[in-house]
Write a protein that binds this ligand. Structure first.
Ligand code: F6R
Length: 240
């Protein structure tokens, strides 16, 4: 696992954005795995600014997002489809039909299979962007999720619901289930970039990097990936 530490959040977002832009420039038909939550918002803002000023071309790029809440249609402002449209897709020249976010509505078992199949058909993910939950989750793979899991429906833990309540009007509004790529799906990406900042993530980052590889800390499996990198600010890296 490579570790990159930045003095400011701005420098961190810039570096992650540059890594994504380089990937797109090297392979204009690349497949990006994307994440939501607060962590990548400024990274996406950098991508938008670069597209606006330098014209980086997304017309052949495909994207697959990590996860979606069960029960929220893409038109719901807290759905991850809505988030991605709002913070990235509507501001770069990617055709929306090349963007994939799992559906949290309808036949979910079938959706999980279809999602895996769609990733396979595109030749797999070239670069997967990740955030990390304070309990160590990646995607919505909560502690205890099997290493060999693929896209599946998962029950969110209390701490994840509490952490994400800030985006809703209250904790009772947060969906209790989500569709998420599995750990194995994530590990099959050719490159993985995890970004994290702020003191509350420091202990989690230490456990993921220095602790044993264990299903109890889902991000710790990244230690086994041949091309995984962590992009951290000094606060998130404080316990390394
Ligand atoms: C989001 C996702 C989650 C978040 C994690 C951190 O698509 O998969 O794993 O990356 O919950 O969320 P933030 O960035 O809000 O701290």
């Amino acid at each position: 696992m490579k570790i990159h530490i930045f003095q400011t959040k701005e420098a961190l977002h810039q570096a992650v954005a540059e890594r994504i832009i380089d990937t797109v420039k090297q392979n204009p038909s690349c497949v990006l795995g994307l994440s939501t939550g607060s962590s990548p918002i400024d990274t996406y803002a950098n991508l938008i600014e670069d597209h606006r000023t330098k014209g980086t071309d997304y017309s052949k790029v495909s994207t697959f997002n990590l996860d979606e809440y069960v029960g929220l249609p893409g038109s719901h402002p807290q759905s991850y489809r809505y988030f991605m449209n709002q913070y990235l897709f509507h501001h770069v020249n990617i055709p929306l039909e090349q963007t994939h976010v799992p559906s949290g509505i309808g036949d979910l078992e079938k959706e999980c299979e279809t999602y895996e199949e769609a990733i396979r058909k595109r030749g797999g993910i070239d670069l997967q962007l990740l955030g990390i939950g304070t309990n160590g989750h990646i995607g919505f793979n909560e502690p205890g999720t099997p290493r060999n899991s693929r896209t599946h429906v998962t029950r969110l833990l209390k701490e994840t619901i509490a952490a994400n309540a800030r985006f809703f009007s209250g904790e009772e509004e947060v969906p209790t289930e989500a569709v998420t790529m599995g750990i194995q799906t994530i590990l099959e990406a050719k490159q993985i970039v995890l970004l994290a900042y702020g003191g509350p993530k420091a202990a989690t980052i230490r456990n993921a990097v220095k602790g044993p590889v264990t299903e109890e800390v889902p991000a710790s499996v990244l230690q086994t990936h041949p091309d995984a990198a962590l992009y951290l600010d000094e606060e998130a890296a404080a316990l390394l």
